[in-house]
Design a protein around this ligand. Structure first.
Ligand code: SF4
Length: 758
């Protein structure tokens, strides 16, 4: 089959996923029976030279080898020496074709008479700078904003954050990680005092029990899944537990599946802890020396915690969760009794109104049972984007944050950053900026007049999106993107074309704290520029050229790693020379001879941890991690006679986010994810047959999809993917958010479903 075929080599999507679940199924060196030609291009194209790099897509951060021919990327294959062991999934392989797709944004554009029309860079940037200056002068610094992305390189997020917070003087800096990982951040910081996972991918090779919750790992993190399967293949006694409302492709390969009702995680984890207590699986040394207990602002004791957990007997909460008490008890037993348990999770946990509580309860399960800080024993949140961790979380490019775990609200932290950035004391505003939902609401209200949107598509991704598109229309919106058009460029006043992947240089940090380098190998098409060049240009035109003195990827990286040396995230030892040679390095890494840190908080392994005990939770003043007394709350968007079904959203293997990138790949673009999964029982009741056009209606809006009858979903629940712009499912989703992380609750809302003709 030729590589530019519109069809995925004759395999249906369902067939492909089945292959993935049972065999390599990834871009490996061994052709798959029945689909060997799928990866034929990998070895068929002669190249002039190979260069190491990293995949453009998800937070797994797979190492790739990039083959150049005639100054173009001719081929992409997995890097045998990187953590992904030579494997790539279908998205990573498609990157070459995407680079040369027809949908690239090639020239700056300015909206004139309602139409976006070509303009020169100077004309476009002059207009942007003038509108930002006018807004700041007339309405103050908080009338402008930056909305970034976990796909920008670290140098780009760092520079934008510095320009807006230390230059312009506003903390209106947020981005799409707020929609996907903010609850993981608050979960980690409230538990350990510091963000980011304590463990590493290598832990997968040592685990004897996997507790996967809120993650369709096979489809969304296929290379991680394959490593889990490697462990199971080599050690068949390894148990895999899955908590997911849907019978996903992942569910077909696990030992125990708990199809929990969305939004009831807190009950489930508390019930599992109930079993730990009842069956004496608690690590008494951990409780005595390394843990503290807290409820809201109040300190609590272990006895208080025990009384709190008594309310969550499995038999009591089973109905709430929609699973059996026996399955809860079995899951708890497998979790606690294994030699090493590894938890993996992602959006299913994070995108809830109790996302923070859910995150910290999973960490609590590890801490209480002692499944922490040993090979294979760790709580580990997976990441959707390649640089949400290294670029946005670590640099503090969020409305409430400052670099390396500092907070805007903390005067000492502001002073530290003012000194490090060499700006006068008082320059950084003490007022946290608008988090994502609040930012777009401020646009609706006219409080934010200008916004620079980089490398993301809020016109499609925001929850309850119709309500916020109106604000985008009113605002002077500058959209920097690699592709045109998108749902967001519909509202842009200026569109600026951006370089993609190895058309520019930068560093990202993946889900295991691994910083790695993307080299610049080819020139961008048309007049596209790197996001860093665009930010430096804007800074200069706004009068902050002296502040943004580091202007090359290398100079910005050197400034940033020196800033990190004044924190417990210290990665001063990750020099450019090392990044060029090595397959990435895990921070903390304080010196150039330090090998990087696999497991944090363990004295002798983590250079930031001191003492001779088992752990030093140095992010907390007393050195103890916090176990929280969290209560299950009522779901916000209750179902009713009018809205009797639970609507759940997610992703599929072949597409990524809003398809602005994967929708360009010949191999992927015709795999349409515009369907609504509905259980045959509900379909029968509603007189819906397979393939019918149906209207999904919530209290906020409605969307048309094609019915797909499937027992993947349980009765009473329907599911659709977030990918397609043809059917904006976020017209129906809920913009209620977790009170701590401000992350919206995409995973649950109440809807009705009817055939279109009714
Ligand atoms: S798993 Fe993620 S990083 Fe790895 S190849 Fe696939 S999309 Fe790229």
């Amino acid at each position: 089959m030729p590589p530019d075929s519109d069809k995925p080599r004759g395999l249906t999507r369902r067939e492909l996923v089945r292959v993935l679940g049972t065999s390599v199924g990834l871009a490996c060196l061994t052709p798959l029976a029945g689909c060997g030609s799928f990866w034929e291009r990998q070895t068929a194209i002669p190249v002039d030279s190979w260069h190491k790099g990293v995949c453009r897509f998800c937070g797994t951060g797979c190492g790739v080898m990039i083959g150049l021919k005639d100054n173009k990327v001719a081929d992409v294959k997995g890097d045998d020496d990187a953590h992904n062991r030579g494997r790539l999934c279908i998205k990573g392989l498609a990157t070459r074709d995407i680079l040369y797709s027809e949908g690239r944004a090639l020239h700056p554009m300015i909206r004139k008479n309602g139409e976006l029309q070509p303009a020169s860079w100077d004309e476009a940037m002059t207009l942007v700078a003038r509108r930002f200056k006018d807004a700041i002068q007339a309405n103050g610094p908080d009338s402008v904003a930056f909305y970034g992305s976990g796909q920008l390189y670290t140098q780009e997020s760092y520079t934008a954050n510095k320009l807006f917070k230390a230059g312009i003087g506003t903390n209106n800096v947020d981005g799409n990680p707020r929609l996907c990982m903010a609850s993981a951040v608050t979960g980690y910081t409230t538990t350990f005092g510091k963000d980011e996972p304590a463990g590493c991918y290598e832990d997968i090779d040592h685990a004897e029990c996997f507790f996967i919750t809120g993650s369709n790992t096979l489809e969304c993190h296929p290379i991680i899944w394959e490593r889990v399967r490697d462990r199971k293949r080599s050690h068949p006694a390894t148990k895999i537990i899955l908590v997911d409302p849907r019978k996903t492709p992942t569910a077909r390969h696990v030992d125990l599946h708990l199809p929990i009702l969305p939004g009831t995680d807190v009950s489930l984890y508390n019930a599992m802890i109930h079993v730990f207590l009842e069956e004496n699986f608690i690590d008494a040394d951990m409780v005595e020396h390394y843990l503290s207990f807290q409820e809201g602002e109040q300190k609590r004791t272990f006895d208080d915690f025990t009384r709190h957990i008594a309310k969550y007997e499995p038999e009591t909460v089973a109905k709430t969760c929609g699973v059996t008490a026996q399955d809860i008890r079995e899951a708890a037993f497998l979790f606690a009794s294994s030699k090493a348990t590894l938890s993996l999770w992602t959006m299913g946990l994070n995108q809830q109104v109790q996302g923070t509580a859910s995150n910290r309860l999973v960490s609590a399960m590890h801490l209480l049972t002692g499944h922490f800080g040993r090979p294979g024993a760790t709580p580990f949140s997976l990441t959707g984007q390649p640089n949400a961790c290294g670029g946005v979380r670590d640099t503090g490019s969020l409305a409430h944050a400052l670099p390396n775990g500092r907070l805007v609200a903390n005067p000492k932290h502001r002073e530290e950053m003012e000194d490090l950035w060499n700006v006068p004391r008082g320059r950084i505003s003490p007022k946290p900026g608008h988090h994502t939902v609040a930012l777009f609401d401020a646009m609706n209200r006219g409080a934010v007049k200008c916004c620079l949107v980089m490398c993301t598509n809020p016109g499609q991704t925001l929850p309850n999106v119709t309500a916020y598109r109106e604000g985008m229309e009113k605002t002077f919106l500058v959209v920097v993107d690699t592709f045109y058009p998108t749902e967001t460029t519909k509202f842009a006043d200026v569109v600026l074309p951006a370089a993609l992947w190895v058309e520019k240089e930068g560093v990202t940090g993946n889900a295991e704290r691994r910083y790695h380098l993307y080299p610049k190998l080819v020139d961008p098409p048309g007049e596209a520029r790197s996001d860093l060049e665009i930010l430096v240009d804007l800074a200069t035109r706004l009068g902050y050229g002296d502040l943004i003195a580091a202007r090359t990827p290398r100079d910005v990286w050197d400034e940033w790693r020196k800033v990190s040396a004044h924190s417990q995230y210290n990665f001063e030892g990750i020099t450019y020379e090392r990044l060029q040679k090595e397959r990435g390095i895990l921070w903390p890494c304080p010196t150039e001879t330090h090998p990087g840190t696999k497991r944090r908080y363990v004295p002798g392994q983590d250079p930031m941890a001191s003492g001779t005990g088992r752990f030093d939770f140095y992010g907390k003043p007393d050195g103890r991690a916090v176990v929280w007394l969290d209560h299950q709350e009522e779901p916000l968007d209750l179902y009713s006679d009018e809205y009797p079904l639970i609507f759940n959203t997610g992703r599929i293997l072949e597409h990524w986010h809003t398809m602005t990138i994967t929708g360009q790949a010949p191999t992927l673009k015709d795999i349409h994810p515009d369907y609504l999964e509905i259980h045959p029982y509900d379909a029968h009741r509603l007189k819906i047959t397979d393939g019918d056009p149906v209207i999904v209606k919530s209290r906020r809006g409605e969307v048309e999809l094609r019915a797909r009858l499937s027992d993947i979903v349980r009765p009473g629940m329907v599911f659709a993917t977030m990918h397609s712009a043809r059917h904006l499912i976020n017209q129906s989703t809920h913009d209620a958010h977790d009170p701590f992380s401000k992350q919206p609750a995409f995973k649950r809302c109440a809807v009705s479903v009817r055939t279109k003709t009714v």
